[in-house]
Design a protein around this ligand. Structure first.
Ligand SMILES: Nc1nc2c(ncn2[C@@H]2O[C@H](COP(=O)(O)OP(=O)(O)OP(=O)(O)O)[C@@H](O)[C@H]2O)c(=O)[nH]1
Ligand SMILES: [Mg+2]
Length: 193
């Protein structure tokens, strides 16, 4: 896809502030610090659009990036970050669940998992939630540049045991591995309505 424009449209911290228009949405989900914001930047070839950090818990709100003024990439706060105060975690949970549950314009979710690690219990919970709610999603095994080719292959096999019916794509925000394949999935999701 040719990216003519990509801009931050809204930073949302309360359900009441979600964008009111009905542009299709592509959602980026996953554990804290796994590389969600970096996936967004690499897909768009914009290095500094979505805030990234080596400190977990960087993405605090739900960020809507308007792409070509036609659809949104939605960057979510990561789950599983223990350092966040309990009350804030509850507020995030309400925001995330409230958003995911009542948003017909979500066309596809990208569940981002670290290629080096086994999917966590929270990743499995996310899978159950997505499948229970019949939401289309794919899995990206990111940071694949940190593994050898044979390790990437093993990582895909391991993920396939947890996500047997789902498209799994090895990805690297550093090298661009998987980029074209992910765009094909996004374009399919956007055009299948
Ligand atoms: N080697 C390598 N490092 C990556 C890759 N993607 C992300 N990183 C690094 O991982 C760290 C976290 O990346 P972010 O994109 O901020 O992760 P996030 O999931 O958005 O984090 P939160 O918003 O805090 O949940 C940063 O230091 C990135 O540079 C990748 O594909 N390869
Ligand atoms: Mg982030």
């Amino acid at each position: 896809m040719k990216i003519a424009s990509a801009r931050l449209h809204a930073s949302v911290y309360r359900l009441e502030d979600l964008p009111q228009d009905e542009k299709p949405e592509i959602v980026f989900l996953g554990r804290s610090n796994v590389g969600k914001s970096s996936v967004i930047n690499s897909l768009l070839r914009r290095h500094h659009l979505a805030r990234t950090s080596s400190t977990p818990g960087r993405t605090r709100g739900v960020y809507f990036y308007a792409i070509n003024e036609r659809f949104y990439f939605v960057d979510m706060p990561g789950y599983g970050y223990a350092e966040v105060p309990h009350s804030l975690r509850r507020a995030w949970q309400r925001l995330i669940e409230g958003y995911l549950e009542n948003r017909p314009q979500i066309r596809l979710s990208l569940l981002i998992v670290d290629a080096r690690h086994e999917p966590t219990p929270l990743d499995r919970q996310m899978r159950e939630w997505l499948e229970g709610h019949r939401r289309p999603y794919i899995v990206l095994l990111t940071k694949a540049d940190k593994l050898s080719m044979s390790e990437v292959k093993r990582s895909v096999e391991r993920a396939a045991c947890v996500f047997p019916t789902v498209t799994i794509i090895p990805y690297s925000a550093r090298t661009g591995l998987g980029r074209e394949e992910v765009w094909r999935e996004i374009e399919n999701a956007l055009s299948s309505h």
